[in-house]
Design a binder for this molecule. Structure first.
Ligand SMILES: [Ca+2]
Ligand SMILES: [Ca+2]
Length: 267
């Protein structure tokens, strides 16, 4: 045992922070709504459209039992239907904007957060970066301005600073998340014509909870010396939890299993 303990202690002198992100898939009912106000020489008009969205969001919870903190790693969402915005000034002109392959993705280079998950399961990210991508066309004509036939690039609006509010919970092996990401920005869609673009991504997502990390004995999200002490304490107290190979006996092989799991680490 002394040799094992020495090995355990030397193996555990460094702290390894554990990250256990999980990727959730957007469920049916997730959608995007877009409002665009077009500013032209003959006046401003506003139109809106919406579409279902599909995709994934990757988050990390500090605990997959009762979470108290959430980190946002990534999201990638595809706008399923084309976004069509139509502006009509009667005999003065009209402009139709169509984007058929729009997408929204996380624009940060590092994970956002962590922020608190409140006792009522809600969370709030005050400022995350969202990129909107996709291209389409703007066609029409405006009195004294001329015909319009140009390509529209949503990337011209990037990045959006957005807020992300929602709720997250764990039910057995499943993580569920509901939330909204609001975005707003301005850009020049056609030379000389600007648009204020805003909208909301409404998310309903679910996915698997990562498996618990056995060698993180005190479940604090880090692998360190205290986990080794915790296991050895459970072992010497004959706690059934220390029977890692499930053979009903606490012996040398359970200690070996713990050290092997500890050395392998956790995802
Ligand atoms: Ca630990
Ligand atoms: Ca055993």
């Amino acid at each position: 045992m002394n040799a094992l303990l020495t090995a355990a202690v030397s193996a555990a002198m460094t702290t390894v922070a554990l990250a256990q992100p999980t990727t959730l898939s957007l469920d049916a009912g997730s959608s995007i709504s877009v409002t665009g106000t077009l500013h032209t020489p003959i006046g401003s008009q506003t139109d809106s459209d919406s579409s279902p969205i599909s995709g994934t969001i990757t988050i990390e919870l500090d605990s997959y039992g009762t979470p108290t903190a959430i980190t946002l790693h990534d999201f990638n969402m595809l706008v399923v239907q084309s976004i069509d915005l139509n502006y009509d000034w009667g005999f003065l002109g009209s402009v139709d904007i169509t984007v058929g392959n729009a997408s929204a993705s996380y624009g940060g280079t590092t994970p956002a957060g962590p922020v608190a998950v409140n006792p009522d399961s809600t969370f709030y990210f005050p400022s995350i970066l969202t990129n909107i991508n996709g291209s389409g066309s703007a066609t029409g004509s405006i009195f004294l301005f001329g015909d319009i036939n140009e390509t529209v690039n949503l990337a011209d609006f990037n990045p959006f600073a957005t807020d992300f509010a929602g709720s997250v919970g764990v039910n057995g092996d499943t993580v569920t998340l509901a939330g909204t990401i609001d975005f707003a920005g301005s850009g020049e869609v056609v030379t000389g014509i600007t648009m204020d673009l805003s909208g909301t991504l409404t998310l309903a997502a679910s996915g698997p909870a990562p498996q618990p990390c056995v060698p993180d004995w005190n479940a604090d999200g880090a692998l360190d010396f205290f986990d080794v002490l915790g296991f050895l304490s459970a072992f010497t107290s004959n706690e059934p939890a220390a029977d890692l190979n499930n053979d009903g006996i606490l012996d040398f092989f359970d200690v070996l299993d713990f050290l092997s799991l500890f050395a392998a680490g956790c995802p």
